[in-house]
Design a protein around this ligand. Structure first.
Ligand code: HEM
Ligand code: HEM
Length: 206
């Protein structure tokens, strides 16, 4: 996973003189398709986690009504969409690489940011995979109106296995949630306090 050199970058060069305060340099945005994928996955994950927590607590309380069922259906469909989009995103990451950080950002901070991003990537793959494995083992592949997910290959049917898979799925989802909260805090810090253009790498417009 190499970094794309600046001159080969697919994004737009932004002038720091037009709004950012740390020196006269230009920063490079993520490719347009990448930004679309980032915000699509972000919106899905920020919805999927609260839906997951709500439906699981309703199931725990033995409330299996239309609302709970709708939440399960939405959760499975959205989680599966995240998995599909992440496969696309990883292919893009391998092919395109990420734009280089501007020189104002310290090497240490760049390493921390990249490590957190990679961890989020891993969790965005493994968490939905375990959810899918769980509904395959249970089995509970039906989403709604005759639409079902395909079974995950090589996963045997067993409610006990499903319970274990869901337990790990829940822990990983909460870990992901904690990292995402830190990530959003860091992004907003770049936008409001640092004003170093890092936020604009993932944003649209001027
Ligand atoms: C990034 C994607 C996903 C995230 C962030 C996520 C998050 C969560 C969370 C936070 C819970 C509640 C855990 C708990 O309180 O115990 C949960 C439960 C659940 N998830 Fe996901 N999930 C994702 C993808 C999926 C997928 C793809 C499926 C299935 C196709 C799935 C199926 C389930 C099921 C069935 C439960 C309920 C488990 C139970 O009742 O014990 N999830 N998920
Ligand atoms: C309001 C919410 C969010 C904001 C403001 C935000 C902002 C940003 C910004 C500014 C970057 C570029 C940082 C850089 O170049 O170092 C970025 C990258 C990234 N964000 Fe977010 N983000 C948000 C939500 C999320 C969510 C929910 C996820 C995960 C589900 C996520 C995952 C990532 C990842 C993995 C990267 C690294 C770039 C990549 O490889 O795609 N972000 N985000």
């Amino acid at each position: 996973m190499s970094e794309a050199p600046r001159e080969l970058d697919f994004g737009i060069k932004l002038d720091f003189m037009t709004g950012w305060s740390k020196g006269m340099q230009s920063i490079v945005r993520y490719a347009f398709g990448w930004r679309i994928l980032h915000w699509a996955v972000a919106a899905l994950v920020l919805t999927t986690i609260p839906i997951g927590l709500t439906m699981a607590s309703r199931a725990e309380a033995n409330i299996f009504d239309a609302v709970t069922n709708t939440f399960y259906a939405m959760h499975k469909a959205m989680g599966f969409t995240v998995l599909s989009l992440m496969i696309l995103r990883i292919l893009m990451k391998v092919r395109i690489g990420t734009p280089a950080y501007p020189a104002v950002m310290s090497r240490r901070l760049a390493i921390i940011a990249k490590s957190v991003h990679h961890l989020i990537y891993v969790l965005l793959l493994v968490t939905p995979l375990l959810g899918w494995a769980g509904v395959t083992a249970y089995p509970a592949l039906i989403i709604a109106g005759g639409i079902s997910l395909p079974p995950l290959p090589f996963v045997p049917q067993s409610e006990e296995l499903a319970a274990r898979l869901f337990a790990v799925h829940g822990i990983l989802a909460l870990t992901l949630g904690a990292l995402v909260i830190g990530h959003i805090g860091a992004a907003l810090r770049h936008l409001v306090i640092e004003k170093d253009g890092i936020f604009q790498r993932m944003w649209f417009g001027k």
